[in-house]
Design a protein around this ligand. Structure first.
Ligand SMILES: O=C(O)CCC(=O)C(=O)O
Ligand SMILES: [Fe+2]
Length: 261
């Protein structure tokens, strides 16, 4: 296998590796690269859902998405272009942070990709944390925030009152590297705990903007056969819907994570 950096802030592209055949030592190297660079891209793969699942299981236990699993692979869902109006991932987020223990990583395999557009944008939250002043870092390290699936429920037309919610530290320590990252997103983070709405709102607004400064970001432009995995512990992502009705079809799965600390 050969590796090259995907962009300055994040990501590694792994060329000439069939993920169906990786050795124990290659896995260790891949996990090291993953924890350091947060996104791994494996181009030119040819995977059945079983192949994708077997590769993913080396990182941990698969966790089902609440709806829409494939018939023979309930832990894999299909992400299909249903037009811009029905796109629920076109916002900055870290997956399912409204759960007590959100998935540590998410993996997408492209069965079909648009000729142009339809990329996934990522923002490195270690860099976002490091880009704050010492003074603000000291404050945020003490604080927790409420995350809720309320807006997502609205998009799905589901009952908002039943939407999941959880409180997490605003600065999260990576359970494998010990690195610190900002942990909040416009999609799900609603309120800094113990602050008034008047205090919390402008601070969150500042942090939503800061966390996705261009110098923390990179985009992956998809090609059919790409397998991409990202670290939800230290990244935000955004599905950019600029490909109209062009087909885009992904098989998505996620791996169990621990409670953010
Ligand atoms: O389709 C994409 O680019 C990303 C979708 C997404 O947010 C996810 O699968 O968690
Ligand atoms: Fe997502």
């Amino acid at each position: 296998m050969q590796t090259r950096l995907m962009s300055a802030p994040l990501g590694v592209v792994v060329d000439n590796l069939d993920v169906k055949k990786i050795s124990a030592s290659q896995f260790l190297e891949l996990n090291r690269l993953f924890c350091t660079h947060k996104v791994l891209v494996f181009p030119d793969q040819d995977l059945t859902p079983t192949d994708q699942q077997k590769f993913a299981e080396q990182w941990g236990e698969l966790v089902p998405f609440p709806y829409g699993g494939l018939q023979d692979h309930p832990n894999i869902i299909e992400l299909k272009n249903r037009g811009k109006k029905l796109d629920v991932n076109q916002h900055w987020h870290t997956d399912m942070s409204y759960q007590e223990a959100p998935p540590k990583l998410t993996m997408l395999y492209a069965l079909e990709a648009p000729d142009i557009g339809g990329s996934t944008a990522f923002a490195n939250q270690n860099l976002a944390y490091e880009g704050l002043s010492d003074g603000l870092r000291r404050i945020l390290e003490q604080e927790r925030a409420l995350h809720s699936a309320q807006d997502l429920a609205k998009l799905f037309g589901a009952n908002e009152k039943e939407a999941g919610q959880a409180e997490h530290p605003l600065v999260r320590t990576h359970d494998e590297t010990g690195d610190k990252a900002l942990y909040l997103c416009r999609a799900f983070t609603k309120q800094i705990c113990g602050w008034s709405t008047e205090e919390s709102k402008p601070m969150l607004e500042y942090l939503y903007g800061h966390s996705v400064r261009p110098e923390y970001q990179a985009r992956h432009e998809w090609r059919r056969g790409d397998l991409v995995m990202w670290d939800n512990r230290s990244l935000l992502h955004y599905a950019v819907h600029d490909h109209g009705d062009q087909p885009r079809l992904m098989h998505r799965l996620q791996i169990k994570g621990s409670k953010p600390k």
